[in-house]
Design a protein around this ligand. Structure first.
Ligand SMILES: [Zn+2]
Length: 213
């Protein structure tokens, strides 16, 4: 039986500065591989991310919290599939950020997800206008409301000229991804306030110690 995580009264304050929804989703873990920076530890965290991203309506969030309390095994599997998607997207985009083509197997898996996702996409007319928006059909799982737009965002980014603008933070541990929208296309850090500043402070410290008598 799946364990039911506690619903935290103070969900993590997620960051949405990656420049694309799919990259913000990838950035829900920091310092990947250290086991220290996971912000999607359980279902309520994915619900909180979906709410903060504006993807989950309040009614969906309530449904998810209720299901978590009932120890819904299917939703536990859906949650782990969402994490697998996140890590698959990280591998694809991280490889592109390093200037290489993703592995054929990674791309095939993503393409399968794209095929399953876009079956649920529809164009709907905006009220009284000759204009249309993307919408989604009814879903089996409330997590679909979170995962489908992430998959579509990844497909749109990869099919655009901006695919080459994806970067991975130059910190040796951070692993956050972002779209480089700088004029010179030489942005190195996910954020100057965090990783950029830490690198600057380290360089300053090293210089002082090298020049010290
Ligand atoms: Zn960083």
């Amino acid at each position: 039986m799946a364990s039911a995580p506690d619903v935290s009264p103070h969900p993590h304050d997620f960051d949405f500065s990656g420049g694309d929804l799919c990259l913000d989703f990838v950035n829900t873990v920091s310092d990947r591989g250290t086991g220290q920076g996971e912000h999607l530890a359980a279902w309520p965290d994915l619900t909180a991310w979906g709410e903060q991203a504006g993807l989950l309506a309040p009614a969906d969030a309530v449904r998810l919290r209720g299901a978590a309390r009932r120890r819904d095994a299917q939703l536990a599997r859906d949650f782990h599939r969402a994490l697998a998607l996140r890590e698959g997207l990280y591998r694809v985009f991280s490889t592109i950020a390093a200037g290489r083509a993703p592995e054929a197997r990674e791309l095939r898996e993503l393409n399968e997800r794209i095929g399953m996702t876009l079956r649920h996409a529809r164009l709907v007319a905006r009220d009284g206008q000759l204009a249309w928006s993307w919408a989604w059909t009814e879903s089996r799982s409330p997590f679909d409301r979170v995962v489908w737009p992430v998959v579509k965002s990844a497909a749109d980014r990869l099919a655009s000229p901006g695919a080459a603008d994806i970067r991975e933070c130059a910190s040796s541990t951070c692993t956050w991804l972002f779209v480089d929208q700088s004029r010179t296309k030489r942005r190195r850090w996910c954020s100057m306030q965090t990783c950029g500043n830490r690198a600057k402070a380290r360089r300053f410290y090293e210089r002082r110690h090298q020049t010290a008598p």
